[in-house]
Design a protein around this ligand. Sequence first.
Ligand SMILES: Nc1ncnc2c1ncn2[C@@H]1O[C@H](COP(=O)(O)OP(=O)(O)O)[C@@H](O)[C@H]1O
Ligand SMILES: [Mg+2]
Length: 238
Amino acid sequence: MLLEVENLNTYYGESHVLQDMSVAVDAGEVVALLGRNGMGKSTTLKSIMGLVKPNSGTIKYKGTSIFGHPPYRVAKAGIGFVPEERRIFPNLPVLDNLRMGIKHGRHSSGGGRNPWDFERVYKHFPILKDRSNQKGSTLSGGEQQMLAIARTLMGNPDLLMIDEPTEGLSPVMTKEVRDVLAEISEVGVSILLVEHNLKVAMSLADRVYLMGKAHLGYTGTIEELDANPEIRARYLEV
Ligand SMILES: Nc1ncnc2c1ncn2[C@@H]1O[C@H](COP(=O)(O)OP(=O)(O)O)[C@@H](O)[C@H]1O
Ligand SMILES: [Mg+2]
C-alpha cells in the first residue's frame, strides 16, 4: 500500500471526531472517501496531512510512519493536498500561483515519469495557460479549483488528496474537474478523493470507504457499492 492509515483517533477538544478510522490507498488507485456531512471526512484528510494532530493510530506512507509529522514534511514525502476551501493567492497571477506549488528537490518517484512542470500542467489545464497572466481572483470557481489542483501537482505528489473538488460548481465545470482528475490518475498519480457527488465518485474510483459518524462504516469496490442499495441508503442518501 502507498498510504496505510489504521485506527486513527482525532479529537477537537472533547469531541472525539475520528474513532479508529482506517483507510488505505494503493499505488495507482483512485479511492473515494464518502459519507454525509460532519462524519469526519475532511478531518481524516487533515489528520493524514498533519494539519490536525491525531492522538493515536498509525499513518504509513510508502511503509514509513508519517504520524505526527508537520504538513511541510508530509508534502515533501509526496502527498499533495487540495483542501475544501481551495485556497489560491487571489492577488497573484495564475503563473505565480503555480510557481508557489513547486517543491524544490522533490521529484515524483514513480517509474521514470516526468515531473510536473509548466508545460505539462498547461497541457492538462489549457484554461490556465490562457489565463496565466490574470490574477487568481479573476478566475471562476471552477477555474480556481483547476488552479488549486494544478498548483498541488507542481509539487510532484505521488498521492493527491482532494476534498470536495466539485462542490459549488456548475454541471459543466463539475465534468471538467472530473475529467482532469481522470487524466491525472491515468498518468500515474494515486488519488484519495472526498466527494459529495456520488456519480462523480463512482465514475473515478476503484474502491470506496463510507464513513458513519466518526468511524469507518463500509469499504468495498465500486461494483460492490453499486450492487448494494441498502449500504448506499445507510451511509449516503439523505
Ligand atoms: N475545527 C473544528 N473544531 C471543532 N469541531 C470541528 C472542527 N472541524 C470540524 N469539526 C467537527 O468535527 C466533525 C467532523 O467534521 P468534518 O471532518 O469536517 O466532516 P465532513 O468533512 O465529513 O463533513 C463534525 O462534527 C464537525 O462539526
Ligand atoms: Mg468536509
